[in-house]
Design a binder for this molecule. Structure first.
Ligand code: ADP
Ligand code: MG
Length: 253
């Protein structure tokens, strides 16, 4: 049975999509079968993995809103062992269209249950909000991985996120765990980064991954080529650290 991990933080630009794509690809690289689920209407994970959004006929919208089977929407990617459940801008309507529907919070969970045993890991790239799409992701997941950018106000907003996690645990998914907190975009040349690491470790303690993702320009270039870092530049620091993260995720069980 696959493990489902939501990559969530309602702040934009903290590295959710970069982590979803590259953790997913690195897990695939070390031999795991991985499904990357894009539930952000921006569809950055979809294009980042090389799927042309204009050519996507059915996407996660059809699964969530029209009860389409996940199996018929999942696509292979150019990366061995890595599959994708794509998102297009059509998904932007789902947040509102789902509101009056029955069991609106558990739609993704039900859809993924049908395919869960086909994969070792299912990684869900969440949108930058705590709306119904993120609630669907948290409800469908075994755990949540929280990327935190090494910046001023790193912890800002995290209490809201943790509060949402607690509400989901209470009402929708008792089994939901915190998978880990990932420090991203560290600029090792500044003291600020070090301060943020200490602050986040004080707050989350052993939940913080040993692997810290530095700023690496290759990581920001890869998406425009539609490939994960491990395929774009396997010798870059970015590839190394996401491979370390994948191993850490596996060893944490
Ligand atoms: P989110 O999904 O949380 O909005 P992204 O993963 O899209 O965040 O990252 C925001 C921007 O920062 C993107 O342009 C991405 O390419 C870039 N980026 C993410 N992580 C790194 C990193 N470690 N080093 C350099 N650029 C990064
Ligand atoms: Mg994103």
């Amino acid at each position: 049975m696959g493990k489902v991990i939501a990559i969530a933080n309602q702040k934009g630009g903290v590295g959710k999509t970069t982590t979803s794509v590259n953790l997913g690809a690195c897990l695939a690289y070390i031999g795991k079968k991985v499904l990357l689920v894009d539930i952000d209407p921006q569809g950055n994970a979809t294009s980042g993995i090389g799927i042309e959004k204009a050519e996507v006929e059915q996407c996660i919208y059809d699964v969530l809103v029209d009860d389409e089977a996940a199996k018929s929407v999942i696509k292979p990617t150019s990366v061995e062992n890595l599959y994708a459940l794509p998102a297009t801008i059509q998904l932007a309507g789902a947040e509102i269209e789902l509101v009056p529907t029955i069991s609106r919070e558990v739609r993704l969970k039900r859809a993924l249950e049908e395919v869960k045993d086909l994969y070792d890991y299912i990684i869900i790239d969440c949108p930058p909000s705590l709306g119904l799409l993120t609630i669907n992701a948290l409800t469908a997941s075994d755990s949540v991985l929280i990327p935190v950018q090494c910046e001023y106000y790193a912890l800002e907003g995290l209490s809201q996120l943790l509060n949402t996690v607690r509400l989901v645990q209470k009402h929708l998914n008792q089994e939901l765990k915190i998978e880990g907190v990932l420090l991203t975009m560290l600029d090792a040349r500044t003291n600020l980064g070090i301060q943020v690491i200490e602050e986040v470790k004080k707050y989350f303690q052993d939940k913080v991954y040993k692997t810290i993702i530095p700023r690496n320009v290759r990581l920001s270039e890869a998406p425009s080529h539609g490939v994960p870092i491990i395929n774009y530049d396997s010798r870059s620091r970015g590839a190394e650290v996401y491979l370390d993260l994948a191993k850490e995720v596996v060893s944490n069980g």
